[in-house]
Design a protein around this ligand. Structure first.
Ligand code: SAM
Length: 298
């Protein structure tokens, strides 16, 4: 379980979250995600990128993949590592639409099972592999073997994001590209009210912490990455955030009642609470949604 502790270096909310906590979270929430996927017409665990041409959830979620793939220029000759691959829709999309060879990493055997099925259903099983592996260790990935390391709303699960960045550096070929799309803190020295907002969000989604954007980019530069770029796309993802917020307003009382009669679990109720607070945190500019790209020297 998450526990409330303060990281003295960050002056930010910092929970202890184990890989078992994360697996338990996703298995308890699987039914809720399935309902959402059916409603929205996709099977991804990330927000959409909304613009004039992509105003509905399904197309906006696919648009996010396209924008991120363009941000690191993924093509048919690339070997891509999808770090924290969910149930594989992104890896499958990259293989199908960019012709790349993709390895997905996940600590959930259950999600890997569905990911393999999805690759088969889409006829890309020869281009895509899914490994049970922690992206802060990457034990199944050889040195200098990848052209692109990709993390889409997954690196936030690393207790220390630098552990992931060190591994990314090890497995990237010279000149390799990195892309991490995620929530990042933009404020330090949070008031107690702001800390409460962050705590409720991170607790409900079983997240240890969000990296401050300046710390994340400083780590990249310190590790020798170049061309470090941050694209702030908060406004483009707000419709996804807002829809989770509306879901929480109606869904929380229902979930709470269902918990009383033992139909919903504490984790499911806390998730509904987090959906409310993630929106508050973004609206109050405690954090943002950024696409960070960088490159290793040739
Ligand atoms: C919010 S989901 C994003 C999934 C996927 N990137 C997508 O966009 O659909 C986060 C994913 O990261 C995985 N994950 C969390 N911690 C991990 C770790 N240390 N190593 C590998 N995968 C991890 C979770 O199991 C989950 O599949």
């Amino acid at each position: 379980m998450s526990s409330e502790t303060q990281d003295p270096n960050y002056d930010m909310v910092h929970n202890e979250v184990t890989n078992d906590d994360i697996r338990e979270y996703y298995s308890e929430l699987y039914g809720s995600y399935q309902a959402r996927w059916t409603r929205e017409g996709h099977e991804s665990l990330h927000v959409g990128y909304f613009d004039e041409e992509h105003t509905e959830h399904g197309p906006a979620v696919e648009n996010m993949k396209r924008i991120l793939a363009d941000s690191v220029d993924i093509g048919p000759d690339d070997y891509v590592l999808d770090s924290g691959c969910g149930i594989g829709e992104t890896a499958t999309w990259i293989a199908k639409n960019r012709g790349a060879t993709v390895t997905g990493l996940n600590i959930s055997q259950m999600q890997i099972g569905r990911a393999r099925e999805m690759a088969r259903e889409n006829g890309v099983e020869d281009q895509v592999a899914f490994n049970f592996d922690d992206f802060t260790e990457m034990e199944t990935i050889e040195d200098d073997s990848k052209d692109v390391v990709w993390g889409l709303e997954s690196i936030c699960y690393a207790d220390d994001k630098r552990d992931f960045l060190e591994q990314a550096k090890r497995v990237l070929k010279p000149g390799g590209r990195l892309m991490v799309a995620d929530g990042y803190m933009t404020k330090r020295n949070l008031s107690s009210k702001e800390q409460k907002i962050m705590q409720k969000w991170l607790d409900g989604w079983r997240l240890p912490n969000l990296a401050h954007i300046d710390d994340f980019t400083a780590d990249l530069e310190d590790l020798g990455f170049t061309d470090v770029n941050v694209r702030d796309v908060k406004e483009n993802v707000m419709p996804s955030s807002k829809s989770l917020y509306y879901f929480s307003i109606f869904g929380y009382p229902v979930a709470k009642f269902l918990q009383l009669i033992n139909v919903k679990t504490e984790t499911q109720v806390a998730n509904a609470v987090a959906c409310y607070y993630q929106y508050k945190a973004l609206k109050k500019d405690l954090c943002t949604y950024g696409i960070v790209t960088a490159r290793l020297e040739e």
